[in-house]
Design a protein around this ligand. Structure first.
Ligand code: ADP
Length: 370
């Protein structure tokens, strides 16, 4: 008996699956060659998709998206999704593609060229404890809330605190030697804290190791070629780190965080001078812990003095992008994994941080390199 083919064609199915993205790799599964067998029989569509690794944590998400897309095509009664795992060779092909092989014939690796569209912002401070990491996560979150695609490299290897501040834990997925950043609210994050066996363990980092870790985080992590801002939370102090960054990422800019205290600002100035020495542009200064209002509307008490941020900005000839008051909600937000721009968006500190993020974005517009 002659049976008429019921259901969509292979092309229609592939077209529908173009919209399904691998949730970690941020690319279409069709483009990534993850869709293998497709069979249609009496309105029953069978699709075989290959995952990068067998323990892919987001397999259910992928299966569901495939089901939804194909299920929406005319003539489909049933969708049968079968998952397989890529072979070593197939994974290498995928990594090659992601690294800029076929997908970006003009580019070697996403950040390693001066033409890269990603704005890299290295966040530095003269000394520890001034709120560099706190400012970093809040700026990142503010930009992400404005629709920007943002990543953070927690390069503060001595005191990695970004995972806690964003409430992220776990291990990044590794596809062979390529690491996939963990995500929170769309912010892609990589931290040494994800890789050490015990977070409380002290790590003794010497300059060359730090340089190597940083290069690994830049080159071996799949940040995605759509990333607009990449923040790097640097270890405090001047160190050779800015030299490492300047060598690895010629287009990175430096943002300096200081408290209003003259002593803190003068140490921070050294970080700024170091950046200048290696031709890294200092994009601005953010003064943190600027004043403390004991109650809403009360005149602020200058616990850490006044004016250090502005003075530093003037000395370096760069704008002061914000003055962030001392606020218990900021500290609580850091401890609970809910940054203040999210937990208390209307507080004066969150407003100041959001404003600083917008000024920063204005200084570093995406897609318009100067
Ligand atoms: P750094 O990265 O410079 O070492 P952190 O971001 O870890 O500094 O901040 C040090 C401590 O100060 C953290 O406990 C943080 O929650 C707190 N903190 C930072 N900024 C503020 C602020 N504006 N108001 C209140 N607490 C703050």
């Amino acid at each position: 008996m002659f049976r008429r083919q019921v259901g969509p064609t292979r092309e229609q199915i592939l077209e529908a699956l173009r919209d399904v993205h691998d949730p970690e790799l941020h690319k279409s599964i069709v483009e990534l060659d993850m869709v293998r067998e497709i069979a249609v029989r009496d309105g029953v569509v069978t699709v075989e998709a290959l995952l990068t690794i067998s323990g892919c944590p987001l397999r259910e998400t992928i299966v569901q998206s495939i089901r939804d897309r194909i299920g929406g095509l005319p003539g489909v009664r049933e969708v049968d999704v079968r998952l397989g795992v890529m072979s070593q060779d197939q994974r290498q092909g995928l990594i090659q593609k992601l690294r800029g092989g076929e997908m970006h014939p003009a580019r070697q690796s996403a950040f390693l060229t001066a033409e890269s569209p990603t704005r890299v912002v290295a966040v530095a401070s003269g000394k520890g404890g001034v709120g560099k990491s706190t400012v970093t996560v809040n700026l990142a979150m503010a930009l992400a809330a404005d629709g920007r695609r943002v990543g953070i490299i927690d390069a503060d290897v001595y005191g990695f605190s970004i995972p806690r501040m964003l409430g992220i834990s776990g291990r990044p997925t590794a596809i062979d030697q390529m690491l996939i950043p963990l995500e929170r609210d769309g912010i892609r994050v990589m931290s040494i804290g994800f890789l050490v066996p015990d977070e409380s363990e002290a790590i003794v980092w010497r300059g060359p190791m730090l340089h190597k870790a940083l290069v690994t985080f830049i080159t071996e992590v799949h940040w995605g070629d759509d990333l607009e801002y990449l923040f790097m939370d640097l270890p405090p102090g001047t160190g050779d780190i800015s030299l490492s960054i300047a060598q690895t990422l010629p287009q990175a800019s430096m943002l300096i965080v200081t408290t209003p205290q003259p002593a803190a600002a003068s140490v921070a100035q050294r970080a700024g001078k170091m950046a200048e020495k290696v031709n890294m542009e200092v994009i601005g200064v953010i003064e943190n812990m600027s004043g403390f209002s004991p109650s809403p509307g009360a005149p602020p008490i200058d616990l850490f003095g006044r004016g250090g941020g502005l003075r530093l900005a003037e000395q370096l000839g760069v704008p002061l992008l914000g003055e962030i008051p001392i606020d218990i909600a900021v500290r609580e937000g850091s401890d609970s994994g809910e940054p203040v721009v999210k937990s208390h968006p209307d507080s004066p500190s969150a407003r100041a941080l959001r404003e600083a993020a917008r000024r920063l974005a204005k200084r570093l517009p995406v897609g318009a390199r100067t």
